[in-house]
Design a protein around this ligand. Structure first.
Ligand SMILES: [Fe+2]
Length: 380
């Protein structure tokens, strides 16, 4: 690929008035030399193709006047090769034979003009002036195109950098938002000894079920990210109730039940789609399909789909992990227990789809198994 030239180099090329006269006859070279230098051109001479190639290597020429018939390589071949190798040099053929076939062949190889010997002074000067004007136009056109290509290339790179930066920032923001949510959720859950793994399992069970029932990828992602906040309202539950071993009294149960509404109040009122979904989940994850849940006793499909999903995932996680009041049940046993509540506690269709994914549930359960919490009072 030819690198684009800067504007100084463009001007040097455009203003070049150095010509190369290639002819095996010395008198012709002399006449042309005199004529051209007296009209302001700088002229170099070559007696044959080989000599011409040597001269071309030493400096740039604006134009080559080339005899057709020379000993050794023909002028026609020389012009063809030179035009390919030196695209900034124009060429005019000079011949003793006035032939339309030869003239066409000269144009065909890329020559800008064709002069028949013996030539008139004006004929030579006009041919050269025309050839140089055409060369100038072609060069200006090429510089303009290269400059445009350069601008497009530079702007494409800048745009790509900006897009990369945006993508990185967006990813960083998303991760940081997700981590903040998880840490807040862990903080709320930490008081009743739920673990960070509970949050992760929950969100993956929810995402799995959302995906299996055919919700859009965006909705699945929202549910995965929002579900860890389902119990955030527990920060409003007094310790003596939240941490009480054994059964709750009716009054205590009323207090603990308020965590759904407290969570909703904390999360609602935002324009963020994520917080809207989180508020819905907090408010409805203890509703039951048969209408016996809380806080509003919603029934069936009046319970938002997000609440029905989290209700299933939350119960499944509670059954399959160890709690102070119970051991961890086998997944098959947990599914058995949940199926007994099909259509009562849980949405029957969602539950069927959930339990049909036992392999994937097992994988999530094992991947995010509870790990012992490090004791901060012990030195490392
Ligand atoms: Fe809850």
């Amino acid at each position: 690929m030819t690198l684009p030239l800067n504007s100084n180099e463009h001007q040097t090329l455009l203003n070049n008035r150095t010509l190369l006269v290639v002819d095996d006859e010395e008198p012709i070279r002399r006449v042309l030399g005199y004529l051209l230098t007296s009209h302001g051109y700088t002229v170099e001479f070559a007696g044959d193709a080989r000599d011409a190639r040597q001269k071309l290597k030493t400096q740039p020429f604006a134009l080559m006047l080339c005899d057709v018939n020379m000993p050794g390589e023909s002028g026609m071949d020389l012009v063809r090769n030179v035009l390919a190798e030196y695209p900034n040099t124009a060429a005019i053929m000079v011949t003793g034979l006035d032939s339309s076939v030869l003239a066409n062949a000269a144009i065909e190889v890329g020559a800008f003009g064709y002069i028949v010997k013996p030539f008139e002074t004006n004929e030579v000067l006009i041919n050269i002036a025309n050839a140089l004007r055409r060369r100038r136009l072609e060069l200006e056109n090429r510089f303009h195109r290269e400059s445009l290509e350069d601008i497009v290339r530079t702007r494409t790179i800048a745009l790509q950098h900006a897009l990369d930066w945006l993508e990185r920032s967006e990813k960083e923001l998303r991760l940081s938002r997700e981590e903040t949510i998880q840490r807040l959720a862990i903080a709320a859950e930490f008081r009743d000894s739920a673990t960070a793994q509970h949050i992760q399992r929950m969100s993956h069970y929810c995402e799995l079920l959302a995906r299996k029932i055919g919700l859009s990828p965006e909705r699945c992602e929202l549910i995965r990210t929002a579900s860890p906040m389902h119990d955030i309202g527990k920060i409003g539950t007094p310790d003596q109730i939240l941490l009480k071993p054994g059964k709750f009294t009716e009054e205590e149960f009323d207090v603990i039940s308020q965590h759904a509404e407290i969570g909703y109040k904390i999360l609602s009122g935002s324009d963020s789609e994520l917080l809207k979904v989180a508020a819905t989940i907090a408010w409805t994850h203890h509703e039951r399909y048969d209408g016996t849940g809380y806080p509003r006793g919603l029934k069936g499909e009046d319970i938002p789909i997000e609440g029905r999903i989290v209700s299933i995932a939350d119960a499944f996680d509670a059954l399959t992990t160890q709690r102070v009041y119970k051991p961890a049940f086998e997944i098959s046993h947990a599914i058995e227990l949940m199926l007994k509540n099909r259509g009562k506690h849980f949405d029957p269709e969602l539950l069927d789809i959930f339990v049909a994914s036992a392999d994937e549930l097992t994988r999530i359960h094992d991947q995010y198994a509870d790990r012992p919490v490090p004791d901060p009072t012990q030195e490392a």
